[in-house]
Design a protein around this ligand. Structure first.
Ligand code: GN1
Ligand code: MG
Length: 360
């Protein structure tokens, strides 16, 4: 499969020079060394992204805007194929994309220092801020209803009606917790109807491995723009909270290890509001902590729904994998709710200027 792809992009290296790379659940990624240059090759999962050309289109229009208004900003754009396309389509294996590997950059998989959370939050905030003058509605919807919590809840209910009965029985407690927290969906529906919540160019996948760092561990830029779409800030801030606040990831089976680290929350707030403080409306800022609840709850719903549907979306490396992931996320939600008031106070206590000056 890879030989055809290498030829399409004019890569001369032996295909054994492609090594699997990263930890994403959806696309396949390889790091390739060809002629002294390093690239990232991705096979786009077309079960998930039905129209890969739309992703390429979003990257192109965004790159154009940024190049015109902020020429200094580092924005990674795909390499062209030999026939000058931004993706290569193979009848059998689908769409492939090749990007240059940014020299002297590295990614991290786990957030160990508040400073890393700060740098990442500043990069995601900066990205949305630089695109404030760009009409986000011009972006194509690469994944319809991706962060539509109402629809996710409906899909969960459908799974309960039609899914694997044994798995539903095993999930009884988790299901009850999800139903008990339905108010998170209701608040999302209010947000959707509130004109003070703006639709902005939103990344929608703000995990730490989607940020490039330089040799001094300063943030360089954001990567993985598959889900760049119009969206609410709660998606980006919420996924940072979901993935940076706890010392252990969604894969952790030992739930007592899950906790909310206050200094990492402060770092996210300082990094993000340092960039976006003047863009967000007062009511949006009031929902900063809600962002975390929204994303953690949605991820718990997605994992348990997939478990009940026999792991058709996320796959599973061992029996009960998605059950563990859902339990993990619901524990994280509980821990966040326990600290909700004190975290809310953190946001209230700092004006955006103060946050911008905060060094973490
Ligand atoms: C998926 O493939 P990856 O790891 O970047 C998912 C995210 C989830 C994440 C959970 C398109 O992202 O929404 O938060 O798994 N992406 C898609 O690990 O569904
Ligand atoms: Mg992704």
């Amino acid at each position: 499969m890879l030989q055809k792809v290498f030829n399409a992009f004019g890569l001369t290296a032996d295909i054994s020079k492609a090594v699997p790379f990263g930890s994403g659940l959806i696309n396949h990624t390889w790091k390739v060394n060809s002629n002294g240059k390093i690239y990232i090759l991705q096979r786009i999962n077309q079960q998930v992204f039905k129209k890969p050309a739309d992703i390429a289109c979003n990257i192109t229009v965004t790159a154009k805007f940024l190049q015109q208004h902020y020429p200094q900003y580092l924005f990674v754009t795909p390499e062209r194929s030999v026939v000058q396309e931004d993706t290569f389509f193979d009848e059998e294996h689908g769409y492939f994309r090749l990007s240059p590997f940014v020299e002297n950059s590295h990614t991290i998989d786990v957030v160990n220092e508040p400073q890393q959370a700060y740098e990442a939050a500043a990069q995601f905030g900066k990205f949305t801020k630089l695109l404030a003058g760009f009409d986000a509605t011009k972006l194509k919807i690469t994944l319809p209803d991706f962060h539509n919590l109402s629809l996710r809840f409906l899909q969960f209910e459908q799974a309960l009606a039609n899914g694997n009965a044994a798995r539903i029985a095993k999930s009884e407690k988790l299901i009850a917790t999800i139903v008990a927290n339905r108010s998170i969906v209701e608040l999302f529906e209010k947000i959707e109807n509130n004109p003070h919540f703006k639709l902005r160019a939103t990344h929608h996948d703000t995990k730490i491995s989607n940020v490039l760092f330089d040799e001094n561990d300063k943030g360089l830029c954001v990567i993985d723009l598959d889900t760049l779409m119009p969206g609410y800030f709660i998606s980006d801030v919420g996924d940072m909270m979901r993935t940076y606040l706890s010392p252990v990831s969604e894969e952790e089976k030992e739930l007592p290890k899950i906790e909310i680290r206050d200094d990492f929350f402060k770092a996210i707030a300082a990094g993000y509001l340092g960039q976006m403080g003047d863009e967000l409306t007062a009511i949006e800022k009031e929902h900063f902590v809600y962002a975390g609840k929204f994303m953690i709850y949605m991820q718990a719903i997605r994992f348990i729904t997939d478990y009940i549907n026999n792991d058709i979306y996320y796959g599973s490396k061992y029996e009960g994998h998605n059950f563990v992931r859902a339990s993990n996320q619901l524990m994280l939600l509980q821990k966040l709710v326990e600290k909700e008031n004190s975290l809310q106070q953190v946001i209230k206590n700092f004006s955006s200027t103060k946050l911008a000056e905060t060094t973490v």
